[in-house]
Design a protein around this ligand. Structure first.
Ligand SMILES: Nc1nc2c(ncn2[C@@H]2O[C@H](COP(=O)(O)OP(=O)(O)OP(=O)(O)O)[C@@H](O)[C@H]2O)c(=O)[nH]1
Ligand SMILES: [Mg+2]
Length: 213
């Protein structure tokens, strides 16, 4: 009896002491079509060999939050394990007619608009749960818009560490400087998720930021 109590005591204490540290929840947020899934896929491919979701030139391709657990990112001898969370693009307005341009039937376009709207609600619901957020922006677009300012303002208020990615730097029109000027309080990493350009700087910044969690 006494032995059992002692054994249980040690089990409890050591169990707590050596409890596995939970993975860092890493969210990918931003407007539709910015390349969130492309970037998340590239990272997952690099470190697990598998992808997280499908990409498309049609906006609102990701309409549900999707996950990849136990992604161990390693760079220059340092490593950390993340739970990757790819989210639906956030927009202030979704019009099904915009999808008709992509040769979509009216019924399919309407359904896409409906699920995309639900997806935005899902994205926002998850925001509070994140340990770190990577905001993915299309560097060919004007960064001063309501969506970007609202997401970043929310994260700032919640004191969640943020890394901004200026994606699509392979395109001529891309400007990292414009994004840096719009959000001077955050680190901005320019990269190309599609062609895997400058991922090294991204991994370095991410691991540095993760130490704050
Ligand atoms: N040129 C270029 N195109 C890119 C890059 N990254 C993504 N794209 C393209 O941008 C489009 C959207 O990519 P996604 O990864 O689906 O974007 P997303 O942010 O996940 O979009 P939603 O799921 O709709 O919110 C696709 O056609 C990609 O091939 C990039 O670095 N350079
Ligand atoms: Mg996506």
């Amino acid at each position: 009896m006494v032995m059992k109590i002692i054994r249980n005591f040690f089990k409890r204490v050591f169990g707590r002491l050596f409890k596995e540290k939970e993975d860092i929840k890493l969210g990918f947020y931003g407007p539709p079509n910015a390349g969130k899934t492309s970037l998340a896929n590239r990272i997952c491919k690099d470190f697990t060999g598998e992808e997280i979701g499908t990409i498309s030139k049609v906006p609102h391709e990701t309409r549900h939050v999707q996950f990849k657990e136990k992604v161990e990112i390693e760079y220059k001898g340092k490593s950390m394990t993340f739970k990757m969370i790819d989210t639906p693009g956030i927009a202030t307005r979704i019009d099904y007619e915009d999808f008709l341009k992509f040769k979509m039937k009216k019924k399919e376009a309407k359904e896409r608009a409906k699920t995309a709207t639900q997806g935005i609600v899902e994205s926002i619901k998850w925001l509070d749960d994140m340990d770190i957020v990577v905001i993915v922006l299309d560097a060919t677009e004007n960064p001063y818009n309501q969506v970007n300012i609202t997401i970043i303002g929310n994260l700032m208020a919640r004191k969640i560490p943020v890394l901004i990615v200026a994606n699509k730097i392979d395109l001529k029109k891309a400007s990292i400087k414009k994004i840096e000027a719009a959000f001077p309080e955050y680190e901005v990493v320019g990269l190309s998720a599609k062609y895997g350009k400058n991922l090294e700087e991204f991994y370095e910044s991410l691991l540095k930021l993760s130490k704050k969690v």
